[in-house]
Design a protein around this ligand. Structure first.
Ligand SMILES: Nc1ncnc2c1ncn2[C@@H]1O[C@H](COP(=O)(O)OP(=O)(O)O)[C@@H](O)[C@H]1O
Ligand SMILES: [Mg+2]
Length: 425
């Protein structure tokens, strides 16, 4: 059954009272609402004001005739889309064609046959409804597509960035190898040179004046001791670069297609390594102590790259919360700490808790944490996306749960739980 929209009506435009009453009766007998206008000018004014669902327009009227009225209605963006049906006694082909070319959807010949009027009106009301429905659908789909596109672009950027970083991690290997593989022979040579010099000193206890001056200028004793220390720091340094390289590659592991069994501790450790520069502290900020209480975890079927994204977002937030507390002078009597606890619970879910003793979260903000774009940080620092992405990864991608516990001034704990075995066998 075709309905007229709420508040909708049909506008009848005719200068002839008989025609008006015939049309009105026909529409009223079907329960269709209508209004009337007796000339073109007032029809346009009404159409603009009240947006009828359909206009029945007489062609021959004094003043503005139907064609001209139609042309103006179609030229006006406000009334453009209202379907117009001409009512006309002009049976000749020319005026019908002219009506259609002006944008009319149909015509009804006079004298009126009631059934025909009703049938045509119903068809066009229905068409208009369908049209609007389709237009709405196109609008909805376009909006959805645009959103999907933004997401795709973001993902694409992230994956390019991920590949780049994994690439850097890999490329760092060769130069590190040059250094590490040359340290042992260098160590040996230094040992040799030291031994030879000491032998010289024993065998020739009275060197020439030139040699004595050089020995004093260079402080040979010190050099020999310090070279060993320098070598040790090379070893430490290269070992650390190697760890960073491994972390970069682990962190960026591109595994977006399938879940793979993974060691979440490795993920947590590589994340901590990447955030090391922020944990270490500097002139103004004291370092943050990281306490790891790792339980024994099975390998977990997951998208490790994405889980790392969850970890980095939560840990970076914890660091921010600690920095804020420090800057506000609220950490004077406690050591800034982040505690990471892992365990497997009785349902065989892996539970990861990341807790900080920073600024905390006021009760009224808790509900909003996982909203996209919700941030309390200044422009340029916070995007408000971290937790919403983390939530999506844990809950939608891994069928897990994510909760937050917080007390302002005491600290915050995020608890993530994900099933350790995939539900699919
Ligand atoms: N550990 C935490 N301590 C205090 N507040 C937090 C913590 N983690 C998140 N928040 C709050 O949640 C908000 C949203 O976090 P997030 O989605 O990561 O966006 P962003 O870090 O860009 O602001 C933060 O602005 C902050 O107010
Ligand atoms: Mg964040």
């Amino acid at each position: 059954m075709t309905k007229i929209s709420n508040n909708g009506f049909i506008l009848i435009v005719d200068d002839n009272p008989t025609n008006l009453s015939v049309l009105s009766e026909a529409l009223a007998s079907e329960g269709l609402r209508f209004r009337v206008a007796v000339d073109g000018e007032s029809a346009i004014a009404q159409a603009e004001r009240n947006q009828p669902d359909l206009i029945l327009l007489d062609v021959q009227m004094p003043g503005l005739n139907g064609f001209e009225t139609c042309r103006r209605l179609k030229a006006n963006p406000v009334t453009q889309k209202i379907p117009i049906i001409f009512t006309t006694a002009l049976a000749d082909m020319d005026s019908k064609t002219k009506g259609f070319s002006l944008g009319a959807v149909d015509y009804i010949p006079k004298p009126f046959a009631q059934e025909e009027v009703i049938a045509r009106v119903r068809v066009h009301l229905r068409l208009k409804q369908l049209n609007e429905f389709l237009e709405q659908q196109v609008r909805d789909r376009t909006a959805a597509l645009q959103q999907a596109q933004v997401k795709l672009v973001q993902q694409e950027k992230l994956s390019t960035l991920g590949e780049l970083i994994a690439g850097i991690g890999h490329e760092m290997n060769n130069p590190i190898n040059f250094i590490t593989s040359n340290i042992p022979p260098l160590e040996e040579y230094i040992g040799g040179v030291t031994e030879i010099l000491q032998l010289y000193q024993q065998e020739y206890p009275n060197p020439t004046a030139k040699i004595t001056t050089a020995l004093e200028d260079w402080d040979l004793e010190f050099i020999l001791q310090d070279m060993v220390k320098i070598l040790d720091s090379f070893k430490l340094g290269t070992e650390r670069i190697r760890q960073v390289s491994t972390s970069l590659r682990t962190f960026c592991r591109s595994d977006s297609d399938t879940k793979v069994p993974a060691d979440l501790h490795q993920g947590l450790d590589s994340t901590l390594m990447i955030l090391q520069h922020r944990l270490k502290g500097n002139g103004d900020l004291p370092g943050i102590e990281v306490i790891k209480k790792y339980g024994t975890l099975p390998e977990v079927n997951c998208y490790l790259g994405q889980m790392n994204q969850v970890f980095i977002n939560i840990i970076a937030n914890a660091i921010d919360a600690l920095d804020e507390a420090i800057n506000k002078g609220k950490m004077s009597n406690k050591i800034p700490q982040i505690q990471i606890t892992t365990e497997i619970n009785s349902q065989h879910w892996v539970v990861i808790r990341i807790a900080d003793n920073g600024i905390g979260i006021p009760e009224r903000l808790k509900q909003r944490l996982f909203e996209p774009l919700f941030t309390t940080k200044p422009v340029g620092k916070g995007t408000g996306l971290g937790l919403s992405i983390a939530h999506q990864i844990v809950v939608e991608k891994h069928k897990g749960t994510m909760e937050v516990n917080s007390q302002p001034g005491i600290g915050t704990e995020f608890k993530i739980a994900i099933p350790s075995v995939s539900t699919t066998v």
